[in-house]
Ligand binder design. Sequence first.
Ligand code: FE2
Length: 221
Amino acid sequence: MLSNQTKQKLSFNLSKSLIRALHSLPKPPYRVEDGIFPAISSKTLDFHYNKHFAGYINKLNGFVKGTSLENKTLEETIKETAKDETKKAIFNNAAQAFNHNFYFNCMRPFGTQIPDSVKKILEKNFGSFDEFKKQFSEKANGLFGSGWCWLYSDNKKLGIMQASNAMTPLVFDQKPILVIDVWEHAYYLDYQNKRPDSVDKFFEVINWNFVEEQMKKADLI
Ligand SMILES: [Fe+2]
């Protein structure tokens, strides 16, 4: 006979493993059905969040179910599969799930004021805020094909990376700070082929408080 304490422990472990077994779709800190004014329409956000982002999570869950990756976090899954060609599909879906969650948290309707702490770090690394914005926008606009433009920290030094397809700074042990999705699905319904217009508008909805949190995690602040 199992004691009540043992039964409780088993039940807790079971529920914990059930919860962790599959990845769920994280909610952003705003209403998806409203879009992200004034940069992203409700239609674009609906497709992007409910079809593309959810699709990556669902595919990932299908791939990892019943494998040794089933209970791993997205970060662990990305690092374990990044250099294994046989696990390319798992990597792509795990990285896209991570990247999208990060991206949706980088924004909020109307954006926020940029904290002085964040401004100072950008000025230290790029000379001025305007120079950072110029370099980030040029790389976002210049990325050929589908991908992401990341601001990242590598040993407390900031850099901007053009990342094709699902690539993410985690693969290089760098800390992600800010990202824009420049896959066509992120902007085509609203801006058609005018990617630079969508990048300009992105700057009006950046949640700099989230960026500040990432800078703190990277020991920049
Ligand atoms: Fe996307």
